[in-house]
Design a protein around this ligand. Sequence first.
Ligand code: PLP
Length: 453
Amino acid sequence: MDLKHWLGRATDAIQDWADTFGPYQPHPSIEVDNDRFAAAFEELTGRLKDNYPFFHPRYAGQMLKPPHPAAVVGHLAAMLINPNNHALDGGPATAAMEREAVARLAEMFGYDTHLGHLTTSGTIANLEALFVARELHPDRGIAYSADAHYTHGRMCHVLGMKGHPVLTDDRGRMDLGALEDLLRAGEVGTVVLTTGTTGLGAVDPVHEAQPLAERHGVRVHVDAAYGGFFTLLAGLEGAEGLPPEPWRAIARCDSVVVDPHKHGLQPYGCGAVLFRDPEVGRFYLHDSPYTYFTSTELHLGEISLECSRAGASAAALWLTFQLLPPTPDGLGRVLAAGRRAALSWAELIDTSDVLELYQQPELDIVSYFPVVAPATLTGIDTASARILADGMTSPDPVFLSTLKAGSEAFTARHSKITADADGARILRSVLMKPESEHHVERLHARVEEIARR
Ligand SMILES: *Cc1c(COP(=O)(O)O)cnc(C)c1O
């Protein structure tokens, strides 16, 4: 699709609609002179060059990429009206789109009933899930793996709950023995399982942890902010297929969070939280003196902690789902390409004499480190940092990211490394663009070249 064409069509379509209300005078206070605008615009686009090329396959660093053109057009079209999905009166069309898009997410996770909505981010979505968890188990804390997203600890602090980090195994997944010991002590009311940790893409064994939690009368929340859409690859044939058990088990968990602004091709400002039991809506009850008058139906603002939220985010996600639905044949193909890229890069690293895999990728994150002699954590740390910096500043650049691996986690995976420090930075590449699939050999050759220097 031609982005420029459709951006023009979007502004025309909204203008045509606006014109049906008749002419009016724009106020001089907001009028800007064309030349002054041109100068400011020049400065803006100039300053925006101070960015990394997230769109390009030579960018193989953090979880960043531009949205799909359909999301851009959907976002722009709705944003010209600027509906607020807090209340139906703030934007009936985008509120309906939000409901439809969220229903598709619920279906993707196998929820037969749900209450859910979009949020500004995964952090806020998780906060809502933990808030409901606290209302249900006010005297008990939250367990999450030591490799869970750092915001779980922070949000426990915000909510005044005790957080219990649980040990991880040598693949970065929650250790079930450690979880069971903790559950037996009776201080935990909710377990957070992560399907796709942000650092390594490790998938907690939801199918084993959920029954364990149930036996102890403990809720289960799944943080699938990064990994959620990988459920589309569960049980598929071929290299990209994932073991289905943890993904299917999400349907039996109490709540789940997924970030369409990570793997759903959306611009930032789009997370989602879904509860399996719609009854939890009662915890959100509040009186708003301003906003509700048109409907006795539950407004989105009545089931979320946030107030104003961009209707444009819902429009963008809805339009994207019309074209690339959250199905194995739709968005699934995008994720499959990234996963194949990660697997083939891991294979190349396996045969390298200058790079070594930190661990086998589970989703689309490749973790690796430079081979150094003597093989010490300080040596690896220095070399990783050097490769990261040289990669970015080279005339034929490659953009990676680093991840701090603790010494115990490191030696659990690589027993021959001398632990002369409390940890080391390793290299990490999130291959979330499908284009990466056809760029792996060049990426690998380039990183090897830099590592050899
Ligand atoms: C990114 C991420 C979050 C936080 O989401 P934001 O949208 O960045 O606020 C939480 N959990 C996991 C597993 C994530 O990857």
